[in-house]
Design a protein around this ligand. Structure first.
Ligand code: ATP
Length: 351
């Protein structure tokens, strides 16, 4: 097992795009680590740079105590599963899984043994003689994982491992992947643009933008205390309310209301801020933000209510499905205790 240490790592493409920009990151031994961010933020490039499929322009990459910055991809001890699984269509499942051993010129018996043992743990034992075209998306994904495992690598890299699966299968595959990673204890880095997937799977998450890490933390850290408004906006299945306000007398004036600053936070009067409140943490109150119910969306167990507030500000909150308000009525809401986040308008950072 192996840790990953990146220092001052940059990857610049020949066209001048700086896809990874002076990045420092430590992934712990045995950790399940997510690189999360919007399209184009550089997460796939970072993964490919760790794998040795892209050449870094500066900085270092260490796996355990080995500096692999200039090592060839095949010599890094890294297995990568690609977004489209990249299975060989003309080979059977068994041949696909054993391929890394064939490349290393292992004996036929060793190849068969590897295919049998890894396929058993991934529920593929019955499918060994099929070809990829005769498999479902979920089965193809497991063959790609089995092939990566057969490499007996120190580090597993997964590029959008679940994105080719339909929504239902994705949930099943997610649970399966989490259990597999825990059982193997293999240091694993996966790339995703899906915040729910990162929150559900990862021990820790790096939220990326423009080739840099905006926030590094546990799923709880990034969900409960996003470090800036970019992360706040990106994390959460219903978007966080980010409301422009001004501080006066230890309260934020926002959407026609005054919300007390969080305990212990002192901010100068007159400072422009952004009040961040998750829809799940807004609740009906005697005093607070008052608005007219304009839209009610059913989310299953809860409903998302949109309030039109003074100054044309829209505020979202979730309510239990049986407590849906009537469109056109008035509601007053306030953050649950301790749930108001205050960001500096100028820097967008959490205060
Ligand atoms: P996605 O989720 O869409 O795959 P990503 O976060 O993985 O996005 P990258 O694919 O790493 O992002 O791309 C980062 C930046 O580098 C983008 O601006 C992209 O256009 C650029 N880029 C990616 N591959 C190349 C390449 N081979 N040559 C030049 N520029 C590239």
């Amino acid at each position: 097992m192996t840790s990953i240490e990146l220092t001052g790592l940059s990857t610049v493409y020949p066209n001048g795009v700086r896809a990874v920009d002076e990045l420092d990151l430590s992934v712990r031994d045995g950790e399940f680590f997510a690189l999360l961010g919007p399209s184009g933020c550089g997460k796939t490039t970072l993964l490919r740079t760790i794998a040795g499929l892209e050449q870094s322009s500066s900085g270092t990459i260490s796996l355990g105590d080995r500096d692999v910055t200039r090592a060839e991809a095949g010599k890094r001890g890294v297995a990568m599963v690609f977004q489209d699984y990249a299975l060989f269509p003309h080979m059977t499942v068994a041949q696909n899984i054993a391929y890394p051993l064939r490349v290393r010129r292992a004996s036929r018996q060793a190849q068969r043994d590897a295919a049998t043992s890894t396929s058993a743990s991934l529920g593929l034992a019955e499918l060994l003689e099929r070809r990829p075209a005769q498999l479902s998306g979920g089965q193809q994904q497991r063959v790609a994982l089995a092939r990566a495992m057969a490499m007996a690598a120190d580090v597993l890299l997964l590029d959008e491992p679940l994105s080719n699966l339909d929504a239902r299968l994705r949930l099943e595959a997610r649970t399966f992947l989490k259990r597999l990673q825990r059982d193997l204890g293999l240091t694993t880095v996966f790339v995703t643009h899906d915040q729910a997937e990162a929150l559900a799977l990862a021990d820790r998450i790096a939220v990326m933008a423009d080739g840099r890490i905006r926030q590094l933390g546990t799923p709880k850290d990034v969900f409960q205390r996003p470090a800036d408004t970019f992360v706040a906006n990106f994390i959460g299945s219903t978007p966080m309310n980010l409301l422009d306000g001004t501080v006066a007398d230890a309260a934020v004036s926002v959407a026609g209301a005054r919300l007390a600053l969080p305990a212990g936070l002192s901010v100068a009067d007159g400072m422009k801020v952004v009040a961040g409140i998750r829809p799940e943490y807004l609740q009906p109150a005697a005093e607070g933000i008052t608005g007219t119910v304009s839209i009610v969306e059913n989310l299953g167990v809860t409903s998302l209510v949109t309030l039109e507030c003074p100054g044309e500000v829209l505020v979202g909150l979730t309510v239990p499905e049986h407590e849906e308000p009537v469109v056109g009525t008035t509601m007053t809401v306030a953050p649950a205790p301790g749930r108001l986040l205050v960001y500096a308008a100028e820097t967008t950072e959490l205060l």
